[in-house]
Design a protein around this ligand. Structure first.
Ligand SMILES: Nc1ncnc2c1ncn2[C@@H]1O[C@H](COP(=O)(O)OP(=O)(O)OP(=O)(O)O)[C@@H](O)[C@H]1O
Ligand SMILES: [Mg+2]
Length: 494
């Protein structure tokens, strides 16, 4: 019963049932009223005929014989008629029934007056003296005493639908006609229910389709981190749609937050880029202008010094532009790594060789561990070289004299773990979460002097992401730093 369609059908069944019962009752009631009005009209003259047939009261005395005789005759014409002779105040003066059948002495003459004056629409009901709790239709006519002609001597009151009528009515109510009406109503109810159910099914079909579509979409988009306010047990399509709406609202909110964050980062990036581009450019320009202005006034050594500095800034600018270009390429998705199988150990030895002179000059020991084993990986060799160069470059940059930098390789069943460990300055806990951000340098001024751009780790992170890998860092201030990442293992030779 989880579907909206079933619920609507159940509601409709209840409504149709109630309507059917109400219709049946209204039908019975209206048939009864109609029948009573018809009977009262048809029999309205009975009382008049009886009264005009013979004087029922003469000289103030009731003529019981005539009353009994006329009662019998009237009952031949209409067997449901029961005749009473009433005084003007409603006192029962005489009747042709057995005495113990009558339980009241007087009845209300209001309805008789209403009937005679035609002040109310038919049917008008009066008290049945045999059964004072019940109201019956009747016929009535004023009785005149021929000896006392000045006023009415009473009324002739004919109850229509007496005991005979009730017996026949009881038989008719269970008759085929009644059963036919009831069957007709039940069939109509069934037809209305079937038609309604079909209609609901047609109308809710599109809703079901929409629900199925959005549910499919939600499931395909389902993110682990989407804590939506879900209806735990969706009861119908509307609950399901509600869930989907919550999911979509949540996703949109997350996307807006992400867009705002990326917008903020973009603006920050622009500020950093312009600063980082402007600084070397400005000092380069300064030195060159000085050279032009002072020209002959400068001695050879100073001129050489100025030119070297300008050249150093130009090189830094070149590197910065190259790094930015590379990052933009990775971001745009235009740079796809060229995967191939190569010896990681060889590459590490090559990189170590590249930095050997710098390490010796800085009196830092640079080691590769293990030295001999050959491990092959499946990756883009030049990109991985770029990652290793940055990590080893950083390690040497931040490790003081007498320190140690080691590059190690550890082969697991499906991947190769690479670590670059140094015993240098370490990174502070505040700086640690930001070192992979673009342009982040813990000590901006010092690092800028060293020609750092703050893009090295951001590039390394992007390169490893393109390899489906992640770079991890652990560091302790004044004790050293360790960077780790994994590469897919293609083949391993001893
Ligand atoms: N081995 C390390 N020891 C101490 N600090 C480090 C180390 N590696 C990185 N850092 C910190 O992380 C920051 C970011 O490093 P990243 O390689 O991105 O930039 P950079 O080395 O300053 O510049 P670039 O690599 O572009 O020349 C550095 O400025 C430094 O503060
Ligand atoms: Mg670096």
């Amino acid at each position: 019963m989880n579907r909206l369609h079933y619920k609507l059908s159940a509601a409709m069944l209840a409504i149709v049932f109630l309507l059917g019962v109400a219709f049946y009752q209204i039908d019975r009631y209206s048939v009864r009223i109609y029948h009573e009005e018809l009977s009262q009209r048809l029999n309205s003259s009975i009382a008049m005929y009886v009264v005009n047939a013979e004087p029922l009261i003469s000289g103030g005395r009731v003529n019981f014989e005539a009353l009994s005789e006329l009662s019998n005759r009237a009952m031949i014409i209409n067997p449901t008629a029961e005749i009473y002779l009433l005084a003007p105040d409603g006192k029962i003066l005489g009747h042709a029934l057995a005495p113990d059948e009558i339980s009241v002495e007087r009845i209300d003459v209001g309805p008789i007056r209403d009937l005679l004056s035609a002040s109310r629409p038919l049917p008008i009901k009066g008290v049945d003296p045999r059964n004072p709790g019940a109201q019956k239709i009747f016929s009535a006519f004023p009785v005149v005493d021929p000896d006392i002609s000045s006023s009415d001597a009473g009324y002739l009151y004919v109850v229509l639908g007496g005991s005979q009528y009730e017996a026949v009515a009881a038989q008719v109510s269970g008759s085929d006609k009644q059963r036919m009406v009831a069957t007709g109503i039940v069939l109509l109810m069934l037809a209305a229910f079937v038609a309604g159910t079909l209609l609901f099914s047609l109308l809710t079909r599109r809703l079901r389709k929409l629900t199925a579509d959005v549910t499919e979409f939600t499931q395909s988009q389902l993110e682990v981190n989407n804590p939506i306010d879900r209806v735990a047990q969706p009861r119908d399509e509307i609950d399901q749609l509600r869930n989907t709406c919550h999911f979509m609202t949540n996703t949109i909110q997350q996307q807006i937050a992400r867009l705002q964050e990326s917008d903020r980062l973009r603006r920050e990036l622009f500020t950093n880029i312009s600063h980082d581009l402007r600084t070397p450019l400005a000092s380069m320009q300064g030195y060159i202008e000085t050279l032009i202005i002072k020209d002959e006034a400068l001695d050879r050594v100073t001129r050489r010094q100025y030119l070297d500095t300008a050249c150093k800034h130009a090189a830094h600018l070149g590197r910065l532009i190259q790094d930015l270009f590379e990052l933009a390429m990775f971001d745009s998705g235009n740079a796809t790594p060229v995967f191939e199988e190569f010896s990681l150990t060889e590459l590490i030895h090559d990189v170590a060789q590249e930095f050997r002179l710098q390490a010796d000059e800085a009196q830092v020991s640079l080691q590769v561990d293990p030295h001999d084993e050959t491990v092959n990986v499946y990756a883009d060799i030049s990109l991985i070289q770029r990652v290793l160069e940055n990590l080893v470059g950083n390690a040497l940059k931040y490790t003081p004299e007498g320190g140690k930098v080691s590059i190690s390789v550890q082969a697991y069943s499906a991947a190769v773990g690479v670590s670059v460990v140094d015993t240098g300055a370490g990174i502070s806990a505040q700086a640690l979460p930001h070192i992979f951000d673009r342009f982040y340098r813990e000590n901006r001024e010092v690092d800028e002097d060293r020609g750092s751009t703050g893009l090295g780790l951001a590039i390394a992170k992007r390169i490893l992401e393109l390899h489906g890998s992640e770079i991890r860092v652990t560091s302790e201030e004044r004790h050293g730093t360790r960077f780790d990442f994994d590469l897919p293992l293609q083949a391993r030779a001893a």
